[in-house]
Write a protein that binds this ligand. Sequence first.
Ligand SMILES: [Cu+2]
Length: 286
Amino acid sequence: MQVRPDGFDATWKWWLPPAHSSFGDDVDLLFYWIFWITMVTFVGVEGLMLYFCFKYRRNPARKAIYTKGSHSLEVAWTVIPAVILVALGVASAKTWATTKNPADPSFPQEFQTTIKIVAEQFGWKVFYAGTDKEFGTADDFFETNILNVPYEPVRRNDAGEVVEVLTEENVRILLGSKDVIHSLFIPVLRVKQDAVPGYLGNVWFDCQRATDPGPDDKHLTSDAKYSEDGRTLVDWEESYEIACAELCGLGHSRMKMSLKAVPRVDWEAWIKAKSDDAKLRAAAGG
Ligand SMILES: [Cu+2]
């Protein structure tokens, strides 16, 4: 088994990027189940089709026959997919509940951090509640296309499995949209959720690995750095990419955001500096 220090097992995840959330491996396992089932079905069905195309190719000596079909075959190709569908539903129920169902006991009961993200054509407005952790107060501030969160330090064994979570860092995202349907997609955390206008959705994740510091040796992204044509965020090397995964208009492909997962002390210092700034601006009347 090839396990990298960050816990990425390269043997069975030959296709996917590393997963850094606590539920990432479960999502990947389901992904591969579905992938291989559809792959085997695809190859089998297409292979049979090609075989029959060849076997029953035009032959003047052969006459067409009338057939009423096969009852047992029809039962088989209805029952088998139904069984597979139900099995996949059962297999994914637990992971689904953990990631999406607040009423489930495995859904985190406590969130150390809550951040509000409003998607709009074509960017993400990220609202931070400031030092008082409360939205709608003078120390709130927002960033455009920048999501900074505290990360969750873990201890791993030699096989790369998490043996201990040193500090829980469950981040809740209140996700809304200003105009059309967008989708918040964080590949490295295996998070994907539609942002629907008029509705504030709940998303959560924990990031079990800190992003590397940038060229300035800072952990946080404080200014989005764009390329010269202003279209793409640079600084991707040191941050995780977040993209819009719902075709939302002409600028959809450049609707990106950068995520940095940083030690809590750094994150809190950044929040405090930004909050103090916001309070000063509010006191000055704008
Ligand atoms: Cu979008």
